[in-house]
Write a protein that binds this ligand. Sequence first.
Ligand code: ATP
Length: 431
Amino acid sequence: MVDLAKITSLCKRRGFIFQSSEIYGGLASVWDYGPMGAELKNNIKKAWWESLVYKRDDIEGLDAAILMNREVWRASGHITSFADLLVDCKNCKKRFRSDQLKKDKCPECEGALTEPKQFNLMFKTSVGSVEGKGSEIFLRPETAQGIFVNFQNVVTASRRKLPFGIAQIGKAYRNEITTGNFTFRSREFEQMEMEYFVYPEDAEKWYEYWLKERMNWYTALGMKKENLHLREHEKDELAHYARRCHDIEYKFPFGWAELEGIANRGDFDLNQHATNSGKDLSYYDEATKKRVIPFVIEPSGGIDRAFLAFLIDSYREEKVRGEKRVVLGLSKELAPIKAAVLPLLRNRPEIVSMAKNICKELRGKNRVVYDDTASIGRLYRRQDEIGTLYCITVDVDSLTDKKVTVRDRDSMKQDRIGVDKLKEYLEDKLK
Ligand code: ATP
């Protein structure tokens, strides 16, 4: 497996991920996604949204605000329970999560540690122009609560019947104590969460169902089966709201670690919000003429972690005619660039102009780029490294036979295709 240093360097070099505020020395564990990163991230989100909202008829989308009334976090338990136990090293002053320490000494300098104390992971900010306790609010540490507090709104607006889900993608913030491993544990990150509301008696069945569905989502997008597994939480590891929870873990270079959690949250959240807000959040079951608080099955994934796992999983190095070739074998849905149009000779205006015209024709739904900033060998290498699916080369013969060479990223096989057939050819390949 590729080491993390290679991935970090590729991310910087090819514009996937940059350190946030880099010119000012950065901000720890906060990251910016560059031109290629923005594409890949969007493609991951699109694939998730399509699989849940477009390809099914039982899930609605939502886009709730990051800032919420602080009472939400009291009801959800985050104000009291969303905390890690932390210890300080009395010698080097570094901070650690006490549950991650193997012994009672500082892992960096062997110094003595302070007694563990609770540290809430929510970022505080204030609303309005007067600072003080009354104006204090939080940046959401998960997107899920936006869904629960809108449960009744969505039921009424969409006339949904159980079972049904609400899906949401958005930023979340956690003031993590221990960070590192590149983007794996960031302080600002993005989640893709879906709350699936079911009759309580069906919860176990739907739980098993979503475990399978979510594993299949990763493998259908090309992630290798052997690098994924499910791990069930022990009873003492379960979050305060969960009855059962499995993590989908990926085999990162630093070990197996969580990509996504799938939890049976029971009726905890709707009950809590109903009690604390005084509003009725039950569901009226027309069949039994009774009101019921649905149970919730929640697949909750991190986009940044999926991004990192897809990069690691698709990275490969090959020897081609004695030379090293680096390829990102991303699936066609995820590849940031679907095709690159390259003129074989960049000093021949007719070839350049033909290549630019072809590129213009192909642009639109898919990201297609033109590049003539290096020799053809270097251009191929650059496109392979960012996972571009097809390289279309315009050469001297193209001027007369009106055909171009299309090179497949993985097999490196080349097809000679008529310019008039190119759009159709590409659309067919990308289907
Ligand atoms: P961990 O145990 O790794 O701290 P968690 O169990 O607290 O994660 P959840 O609260 O279940 O995480 O959040 C759901 C998903 O959000 C995680 O599976 C992960 O993909 C993502 N996530 C959570 N915290 C972070 C973070 N600090 N940086 C990036 N992604 C995160």
